[in-house]
Design a protein around this ligand. Structure first.
Ligand code: AFP
Length: 346
């Protein structure tokens, strides 16, 4: 036998057999897979789809929605309504949690239908991010409280990147696997088994136009990287910023790196920039499962107990040794601040 391709449906069935599942997870993943293939098709058609412009509306976060944001959200919602596998959903593009009509499903889907949407229209990678939670017993799926679970409770998480190829990257807590969409047969094929984030890196990603707002530990980290071979790190670093978290995380999974979107003096009143439940948590789950780390700078992201559906958080994730270093810089800055407070109080 020379044919060796493991398709996503085959992979799911094999995992189900290996881990003794009931088939529910396979059905959930099949729904997401079909949804992302449909979105991929819309994204790939580009200007021909006629969906490159603004929708003329704003989401709950006050951000202007693009037509493709709205369409991708609709594609997810239609799948959820029709399949009957889901209890309820929460989306970046919906104000409130939403109960799937007529379903007896036990799972909640939290998603960002199209992350990085400032890249729509300029042909740069965008993606969909998703997180799956169990509906707690006795909770109504339209009740926001059912969704307010820490990231450690995720049953599975993943993203699909619509880039030069379309790839879905998944974890259910047993490592991370990447699948590339074969457009000829319309199926995702396992191309990146057991993805691992290298522990060291010389690449970092941050929106440096926000430097004037950064907290001191981030300033120090970037300053030391920029100093290159003559600075304290003694080596050259490179910077990348795509403005699409999916694309940044994908690069980090492929070759290492660190991604930072800290809470800073500008976004602090909103709690940061990135959304905890459907951006930071699924990405943190994937990165940890691939051997990396994901923190706020001070705390593991997966341990945060959410208080609101659209809560935001500080994010520092990627190669283990760099994320640990940034954590040390936060701890040292906090200790210095506490010492200074003690001295002035004395
Ligand atoms: P959208 O989901 O609204 O497109 O936001 C993208 C994003 O949340 C994340 O994917 C990027 O890393 C980040 O925002 C980009 O932020 P800047 O616009 O500050 O670069």
């Amino acid at each position: 036998m020379t044919y060796r391709r493991i398709t996503l449906p085959l992979f799911l069935v094999q995992e189900q057999r290996r881990l003794g599942g009931s088939g529910v997870f396979t059905a959930l993943m099949t729904d997401i897979c079909t949804t992302c293939k449909t979105i991929s098709n819309e994204v790939n058609r580009g200007a021909m789809a006629g969906t490159m412009g603004y929708a003329g509306s704003r989401n709950v976060q006050g951000e202007e929605q693009k037509e493709l944001d709205v369409l991708a959200n609709d594609i997810f919602l239609y799948m959820i309504e029709q399949s009957g596998n889901w209890a309820g959903v929460a989306s970046e593009e919906l104000d409130n949690a939403y109960m799937a009509r007529g379903s007896d499903g036990r799972y909640l889907l939290l998603f960002d239908p199209l992350d990085g949407s400032s890249n729509i229209g300029v042909n740069v990678a965008v993606g969909s991010i998703f997180s799956i939670l169990r509906l707690p017993d006795g909770v109504d799926p339209s009740d926001e409280r059912g969704y307010l679970q820490p990231g450690v409770k995720q049953v599975a998480a993943g993203y699909t990147i619509y880039g030069s190829s379309t790839m879905m990257v998944l974890t259910s807590g047993h490592g991370v696997n990447g699948f590339t969409l074969d457009h000829n047969i319309g199926v995702f094929v396992l191309t990146h088994p057991n993805m691992r984030v290298p522990e060291d890196t010389t690449e970092y990603a941050i929106n440096s136009s926000r430097e004037r707002y950064w907290p001191e530990p981030i300033r120090r980290y970037v300053r030391e990287c920029v100093a290159g071979p003559d600075g304290p790190r003694g080596k050259r670093f490179n910077t990348r910023w795509i403005a699409s978290m999916v694309a940044e995380v994908h690069r980090i999974l492929m070759r290492g790196g660190v991604f930072m979107y800290p809470t800073d003096s500008d976004n602090a009143p909103r709690g940061g920039h990135l959304r905890l439940l459907y951006e930071a948590n699924p990405m943190a789950f994937i990165i940890e499962q691939a051997g990396g780390l994901a923190t706020t700078g001070r705390q593991r992201i997966l341990d945060i107990m959410p208080e609101r559906l659209h809560q935001r958080t500080s994010v520092v994730l990627g190669s283990k040794n760099e994320v640990e270093r940034i954590g040390r810089y936060y701890a040292e800055a906090d200790a210095a601040e506490a010492d200074a407070a003690d001295i002035s109080a004395a």
